[in-house]
Design a protein around this ligand. Structure first.
Ligand code: NAG
Ligand code: NAG
Ligand code: NAG
Ligand code: NAG
Ligand code: NAG
Ligand code: NAG
Ligand code: NAG
Ligand code: NAG
Length: 756
């Protein structure tokens, strides 16, 4: 069989996957194969058949299974951040079927679309394709995705993997993503098992020698509850993710994968991560306990990890050391069985032990990969995410412009457009190719590299620019500058690129800058130069990224994406060490993200221009006063008071310009109620309204929860505080509405305290 042949070929670098034989194999007629039993009972019955050697062997991500029971090998480490991705658990075929999968933009650009229905649709395609790969033996049923650490510091090497800096935005993104990946909110049968990472406080790779493997993040309960963990709460408590990955770093002195406060008190006791869900370590994080000086040897590391609640070791520390740990009585067999039961319960819920006929996903195959629907979604989410940062009217290009000079290191970008944690794309449309397809006469003269000390290519680029009607400079940074294991020291444009853009600007032709990369570099020189006519940010836009950004340049689509991160001035990096985890401003910290920044950003979080104009007004007459006690008693029936409704605001969005456009309504709140210091403002609701025609008025409904209006005290608990509040819509603020909360302050969450 064709498929089987490639599975064998791929075996040297990835596990081939198969299902246990519950009909004729040794497990037939055992409880694990009984579809009428509940998942935990089924998993327990399986684990009870393992002897101690078999138990220990299956604690690492590369599980050998148990051959005598017909339990196949399984690699828990597959990746699917923005499409099926190359990883130890995934193997693409060298050609033909399963040699590619849909490649969506990096999350930072998908987040910029502020379109949660689209996030769910994208995740639904990704889980379908993972399933199709699994049915061909080429991917696992779980994926170590998504990365939901807030993008706290612009130097972070992995910001492109995240939905940005705002915990509320990330919380909504991840809820919708998990819904699409897992096939619903906690369905009886998982489509795939997702994994929210990296829990917790992880966002330093290697900054001035501070390595992620040994970094101790000092985080206050207030920042932990309010900034670092809301995305995880949404993922775990509300979207009911199947698994969580603990991080390399320590939080307040204890490595995450050995921290019972994080893994038991918060994760399992407070958020209800139950016994059919598992925790994996980041890869080799258990052995990094030694780097943290948390334990002195690997058997103690393995025992500490298992006992704290890290069920799977991505690595080999458990497999190699739990035997010795047992002998030293550091753990017992029940501790190991409990961990394995959690992980195999997940496989039960993935239908691993069920007859193919009773399984909704077993028939998915190659015909379900990169379908026209998937291709359209990859284009649509990219075009929705692109952010127009500056425009003097040059965009969209006038129809008299026929000849474009493409210059810069991203002009003919193909693989670059995928960023990291990528798979193999079916095709990659560069901006240059897209321009040609769109009917422009285009030349390609890169002129310079991402970061280079030579100007030898400038002359050819200038000559090409002189011969064109308009110049498209496509540059910025890429994953040679921002990547896993690397943080940046500067957030400036590489000087060679800035020099070339400045020379091109001097020509006086229409000049459009397409800026790529996940982290923002400081655009101030381009912003201030009136001869740089327009700036578009395109992140890592995926397989159809070039077409998406060119369709905006040519005016086929009006841009409506919004920056999901702050673009800081270059000197921000001199004002605060990356290792200072505090988000609130102090004498040694200018504050982090749009909420707390005390200096002026180059481009603000939430900014994004359009080709049309909008006027906004609140519909109806929003209330000017709310009684705290009435809100709390009305919310009393909610399972979680923070999710109980506060109010829903309606904004009339009137397109006063001349072209059809989407519009993202961003609703913020500002207050001086509750504990000081006070944030500049906080995002509390948003919605993307599609296709508002010129002259038309659409209504944006903006629901707000009690949790969004609440503020968090020094111990991490949220309260409703009486006082004055202002709603602010859009960036920059277009309309405001004032209201008061009256009555006595009321506590709506009770954050668990860390052990003294
Ligand atoms: C499972 O049980 C059925 C019914 O008792 C029996 O016919 C079948 O042979 C059993 N299969 C195996 C593999 O033991
Ligand atoms: C456990 O089972 C394996 C076969 O899977 C066997 O090789 C090994 O000897 C058994 N070990 C013990 C301690 O029984
Ligand atoms: C554990 O102890 C047993 C009995 O003393 C010994 O046979 C075995 O090799 C030890 N295992 C490890 C991993 O140290
Ligand atoms: C194993 O150790 C756990 C603590 O990690 C303890 O609660 C449990 O009772 C022990 N089980 C056995 C069978 O000794
Ligand atoms: C653009 O990139 C593609 C893919 O890497 C390459 O095949 C092509 O030759 C490049 N075009 C030019 C004009 O360099
Ligand atoms: C470009 O490379 C130089 C020399 O390696 C380095 O000092 C500089 O930081 C780099 N610039 C960027 C923006 O990464
Ligand atoms: C950019 O322009 C602003 C506003 O005019 C000015 O305050 C700032 O100093 C300028 N920055 C640079 C780097 O030119
Ligand atoms: C925080 O908790 C401590 C210990 O329980 C308590 O004394 C203090 O009042 C609490 N602080 C706030 C702001 O609630």
């Amino acid at each position: 069989m064709f498929g089987a042949f490639f599975v064998v070929l791929a075996a040297s670098y990835a596990a081939g996957y198969s299902f246990p034989d519950c009909v004729n194999g040794p497990l037939a007629n055992t409880t694990v194969c009984s579809t009428s039993a509940d998942p935990i009972t089924r998993a327990k019955a399986l684990i009870a058949m393992f002897n101690t050697t078999e138990l220990i062997a299956n604690t690492d991500n590369g599980s050998p299974g148990v051959p005598r029971l017909g339990l196949p090998a399984y690699n828990w480490w597959s990746e699917a951040l923005h499409g099926v991705a190359s990883s130890p658990g995934v193997s693409f075929a060298p050609s033909g079927q399963f040699s590619f999968a849909t490649s969506f933009p990096e999350p930072i650009l998908m987040s910029a679309a502020f379109d949660d229905e689209m996030i769910k649709a994208v995740a639904t395609v990704i889980s379908t394709e993972v399933r199709a790969f699994n049915n061909a033996g080429r991917a696992g049923l779980d994926a170590f995705t998504p990365n939901i650490n807030p993008f706290r510091d612009p130097r972070w090497g992995r910001g492109q993997e995240t939905p940005g800096e705002d915990p509320f935005r990330i919380a909504q993104y991840v809820f919708n993503l998990i819904d699409g990946l897992q096939g619903g909110i906690d369905p009886p049968q998982f489509k795939i098992a997702a994994d929210c990472k990296h829990f917790a406080g992880y966002d330093v790779e290697d900054w001035e020698g501070n390595l992620r493997f040994a970094f101790n993040a000092i985080i206050s309960p207030q920042d932990l509850s309010e900034f670092y963990l809301p995305p995880f709460q949404s993922c775990v408590r509300d979207a009911k993710v199947a698994s969580v990955m603990c991080s390399y770093n320590a939080v307040n002195g204890i490595p995450s994968c050995g921290d019972t406060y994080l893994l038991q008190t918060i994760l399992r006791d407070y958020w209800g991560f139950d016994q059919n869900r598992w925790v994996t370590s980041d890869c080799d994080a258990i052995s990094n306990f030694i780097d943290h000086k948390f334990v002195s040897d690997l058997p103690h590391a393995a025992a500490a990890g298992i006992k704290a609640g890290t069920d799977i070791d991505c690595g080999s520390t458990y497999g190699n050391n739990l035997g010795a740990a047992l002998n030293m009585s550091l753990v017992n067999v029940s501790d190991i069985s409990a961990a394995l039961t959690r992980q195999y319960t997940s496989l039960v819920r993935l239908g691993y032990f069920d007859p193919a006929a009773s399984q909704p996903y077993r028939q998915l195959g190659w015909a379900d990969v990169n379908t026209p629907t998937a291709q359209n979604l990859a284009y649509q989410i990219a075009v929705e995410g692109v952010v127009l940062l500056k425009n003097d009217g040059t965009l969209p290009l006038s129809s008299s412009i026929k000849k474009l000079a493409f210059i810069g290191p991203w002009a003919n970008a193909t693989k670059q457009m995928q960023g990291n944690y990528q798979g193999i794309a079916p095709f990659l449309i560069s901006p240059f190719e897209a321009a040609q397809t769109a009917g422009f006469s285009a030349t390609l003269t890169p002129g310079t590299a991402i970061n280079s000390s030579t100007t030898s290519g400038f002359a050819a680029a200038i000559a090409a620019a002189q011969a064109a009607d308009a110049i498209v400079y496509a540059g910025g940074i890429d994953d040679s500058i921002e990547a896993e294991a690397m943080d940046r020291d500067t957030i400036t444009w590489p000087g060679n690129q800035l020099d070339l853009v400045t020379e091109l600007a001097g020509l006086g032709k229409p000049l459009v800058v397409m800026q790529f990369g996940g982290g923002q570099v400081d655009d101030v020189a381009l912003k201030n130069n009136s001869k740089v006519n327009a700036i578009l940010w395109g992140g890592y836009p995926g397989q159809s990224g070039g077409k998406a950004i060119m369709d905006i340049v040519a005016g086929k689509v009006s841009p409506a994406g919004r920056l999901p991160v702050t673009q800081y001035p270059a000197n921000y990096v001199d004002a605060v060490p990356m290792t200072d985890m505090s988000v609130r401003p102090s004498s040694t910290n200018p504050g982090r993200t749009y909420k707390w920044l005390t200096s002026t950003p180059t481009y603000e979080f939430g900014l994004g221009l359009s080709f049309t104009t909008f006027s906004l007004s609140f519909s109806g007459s929003p209330s000017t006063s709310y009684s705290i006690q009435s809100l709390v008693s009305a919310g009393g029936s909610s399972a979680h008071l923070d999710l109980a409704p506060f109010d829903t605001f309606s904004v009339a969005v009137h397109n006063t310009g001349t072209v059809t456009s989407d519009f993202v309504s961003l609703l913020f709140v500002k207050t001086t109620a509750g504990p000081a210091p006070f944030p500049n403002k906080e995002l509390i609701s948003y919605v993307r309204t599609k296709g508002i025609d010129a002259g038309q008025t659409a209504t944006a409904r903006l629901p707000v929860t009690l949790g969004s209006i609440a503020r968090v005290d020094a111990n991490g608990s949220a309260w409703l505080f009486p006082g004055d509040y202002t709603l602010m819509v859009d960036v920059p603020t277009a309309i405001t509405h004032n209201f008061q909360l009256t009555g006595n302050k009321a506590q709506i969450t009770n954050w668990p305290a860390a052990p003294a």
